[in-house]
Design a protein around this ligand. Structure first.
Ligand SMILES: O=C(O)CCC(=O)C(=O)O
Ligand SMILES: [Fe+2]
Length: 259
């Protein structure tokens, strides 16, 4: 179905609806978030959730989070930007998604170079690669996590009703999975109740709250962990982030991986 060279495949192109991360000008009064203590220094802490799974809390400054939002907004509104992925049966994922580096889609996985609208993934921004590498290095101070060089970044935006069922990230190359090369997950905006466990059974899963600026790394012995998002906590994003970025209500999540 897809041509091996760079020409766009001869399929009926389905345009995607533009999706903006930013609320329109003039909506400032309706910003609802959480006031943080005034403190210009980042108080980062960490927790090893299980072998190979490290939670770096409050790791990314508000300034850097704003830059991440602006980068995702810039590319998210262009070709290869946000769309709502669907399944064969016609149902849609409860989030908007885009990819940097290489396209991934729940139906076509990493096989298709082009999306159904004919677009390719924009290149992965250097700053995101650097942030992922720095967070892996920091996680390695606390636990056994392999190093990796990210070449894919999947960006999800959840509105406050968004969620994601328990799943494993198993579409990367067999080499990457065999070596347990980590997934680096960055959270920006409203907090998420994040589930992880040994099976798809939500009742048996553990839960951790991922807040704006947190980074979660799962690699090594945890690379195959089932994980998902149970719920987004409305109005939990830092007010300063919302004021500086105009991020719409909801949560932005970036997962960096090596194919
Ligand atoms: O939003 C999250 O925290 C997880 C996202 C995720 O699991 C994925 O994109 O594969
Ligand atoms: Fe995942």
């Amino acid at each position: 179905m897809y041509e091996p060279n760079n020409t766009i495949p001869a399929i009926d192109l389905i345009p995607t609806e533009p999706f903006s991360l930013i609320v329109p000008n003039g909506s400032e009064n309706s910003l609802c978030g959480t006031k943080m203590k005034k403190n210009n220094t980042l108080k980062t802490s960490y927790a090893v959730l299980r072998p190979g799974m490290v939670h770096l809390k409050n790791y990314i400054s508000v300034t850097d989070q704003v830059e991440i939002i602006n980068t995702c907004q810039e590319f998210g509104m262009g070709p290869g930007g946000f769309y709502q992925p669907g399944f064969n049966g016609g149902s849609k994922l409860n989030l908007h998604m885009m990819c940097f580096g290489r396209n991934w889609d729940p139906q076509t996985k990493y096989v298709a170079r082009y999306r159904c609208d004919g677009s390719q993934a924009p290149p992965i921004p250097d700053k995101l690669v650097a942030l992922a590498k720095a967070s892996i290095e920091d996680s390695q101070r606390h636990d056994n996590v392999p190093s990796m060089h990210p070449d894919i970044c999947i960006v999800n935006f959840y509105t406050n009703t968004g969620r994601l069922g328990l799943h494993q990230d198993r579409d990367e190359s067999s080499n990457s999975l065999r070596k347990g090369l980590p997934v680096v997950s960055i959270s920006v905006g409203d907090s998420a109740q994040f589930l992880y466990g040994h099976s798809r059974d939500m009742r048996k899963a553990n839960e951790v709250l991922l807040k704006s600026g947190d980074v979660l790394i799962f690699g090594g012995k945890s690379r195959d962990i089932y994980h998902g998002v149970k719920a987004i906590i409305p109005n939990s994003a830092p007010l300063s982030l919302l004021k500086q970025s105009k991020l719409r209500p909801g949560r932005l999540n970036l997962t960096l991986r090596q194919y």
